[in-house]
Design a protein around this ligand. Structure first.
Ligand SMILES: Nc1nc2c(ncn2[C@@H]2O[C@H](COP(=O)(O)OP(=O)(O)O)[C@@H](O)[C@H]2O)c(=O)[nH]1
Ligand SMILES: [Mg+2]
Length: 442
């Protein structure tokens, strides 16, 4: 979903993460590229302008400058502001206090209305509701058959009449049927046209009058970009929409519609269609979409974990030790434990932009499956040995190996790796890592 936009934003973040401290100029350059990426994705220019202004203000604020990981903080801000742009919180269907609840689906021809009606009905059925589909699109006989077929396939009742019945009558009769069947939701598929025109709007307004639906949902094709956004404004001003359903999000939509439509129209996105199949339908979660677009779900989780795991005092002490080269196996052990608290090592390292280079240099013993083994070896050492590994001779090595259930060569390997780490530390290769992790990876 939105791969091009996603790739571009990730390239910007990688560049920012590659630098240690960020200047105002770095931030502005990064945001300039974010702005371009959004515009190229066909996001409404006012929405982009507003978005960049909000991100910039927060990025230049204290929360980033004080932070140990400025680039990660910016990603976090971009994510939060993107969630706001997409619409905070999840927007659910509002059930009526006098069942059945009624949802009327409107939209142009070909946007996916009929398919979406079936998807919505199936979604409701799966959440324990009893839906009734209503084929009120009398402009397309084939549309009626399409809905009937879908209904049969999923064992959902469909109310239909002959093509010549006015849709107003179809709806009135459908409501009667709904009461008889004691359904909880009525989903009405209405007629669309190729373009917005007055007769269509007038007919939909009449239907709305007849049905008094609690939900008037506009179905729009996400691939149509800013046209979809204009459509939402127009339908909303004419009919009063309660929600949007963005279809064809699985296609090659650039993201412009999804990222603009809420801000511009003020109407929340409630569902997205992600394929032709009837189960390719999801409630809309702004935070999940933002994470997908940013490809940063993992990094955000990582930042949260790192924030929880490391306190600044701890980091300062470590840095001092690294500087004075007094980092010993005891510190190493406590670092190992911090890492274990955070989760699988390989995964953690992957989450860190810029850290993957470092990961390749990690001693083998740092691999997750080896962590426990390394820990056991260090635990079998005396405090003196941990503080000053150079005293570990042949007989000590045998004792430690026996105590931790490994071979003496394993102890050798660990000591070699540790010496290598110390060397790397002195060379300052940790400088490329986010500051609060330098101690961890040496
Ligand atoms: N890829 C994809 N195709 C969709 C989606 N929703 C609908 N379609 C397709 O869009 C076309 C038009 O759908 P239809 O429901 O007949 O549109 P309507 O004219 O608005 O009723 C059909 O080929 C559907 O399979 C979606 O979320 N993803
Ligand atoms: Mg249709």
């Amino acid at each position: 979903m939105f791969e091009v936009l996603s790739d571009k934003l990730n390239a910007v973040f990688r560049k920012l993460s590659g630098k240690g401290k960020l200047s105002e100029k770095d931030i502005d350059e990064g945001l300039r590229q974010v702005r371009l990426a959004l515009l190229e994705a066909d996001v409404n220019f006012k929405v982009v302008k507003d978005f960049i202004a909000r991100v910039r203000e927060r990025s230049l604020g204290a929360e980033v400058l004080r932070s140990l990981t400025p680039a990660q903080q910016i990603i976090k801000i971009v994510n939060e502001e993107m969630v706001k742009t997409l619409g905070e919180g999840e927007s659910r269907l509002e059930p009526s206090s006098h069942p059945p609840s009624i949802a009327m689906l409107v939209g142009l021809q070909g946007c996916g209305k009929t398919t979406t009606a079936a998807k919505l009905a199936l979604h409701l059925k799966h959440s324990g509701q009893r839906p009734l589909l209503v084929a009120a699109d009398n402009r397309r006989p084939a549309g009626i058959e399409q809905l009937v077929t879908l209904g049969e396939q999923f064992d959902i009742p469909v109310y239909r009449e002959k093509v010549t019945s006015p849709s107003k009558d179809v709806c009135a009769h459908a409501l009667k049927q709904a009461k008889e069947l004691a359904v909880t939701w009525v989903i009405v598929d209405t007629a669309g046209r190729m373009h917005i025109d007055e007769p269509m709007m007038a007919e939909l307004a009449r239907l709305k009058e007849e049905l008094k639906p609690g939900e008037v949902l506009l179905v729009v094709d996400a691939m149509t970009g800013q046209d979809a956004v204009r459509m939402a404004e127009e339908f909303n001003s004419r009919l009063g929409l309660t929600g949007l359903i963005l279809t064809k999000m699985d296609g090659d939509a650039r993201g412009g519609a999804a990222l603009s439509i809420r801000r511009v129209s003020g109407v929340p996105i409630k569902f997205i269609g992600v394929g032709e199949k009837v189960d390719a339908f999801e409630p809309f979660y702004p935070d999940r979409l933002a994470s997908r677009i940013l490809g940063m779900g993992d990094v955000l989780t990582f930042i949260e974990k790192a924030e929880k795991t490391f306190d600044q005092q701890q980091v300062k002490e470590l840095e001092k030790k690294v500087r004075t080269a007094s980092f010993n196996l005891e510190d190493f052990l406590s670092q190992l434990r911090e890492i274990q608290k955070m989760g699988p090592v390989a995964q953690l390292v992957e989450m860190l932009p810029g850290a993957s280079q470092m990961a390749r240099r990690l001693p083998e013993g740092m691999e997750e499956k080896q962590l426990k083994k390394v820990e056991a070896m260090i635990l079998s050492m005396t405090a003196e040995e941990r503080r000053n590994p150079s005293i570990i001779d042949g007989s000590r090595r045998r004792r430690i190996a026996q105590g931790s259930g490994v071979k003496p060569q394993d102890i050798n390997q660990l000591l070699n790796q540790f010496r290598q780490m110390q060397k790397l530390m002195k060379m300052g290769v940790g400088g490329k890592l986010p500051k609060n992790l330098r101690g961890m990876f040496g």
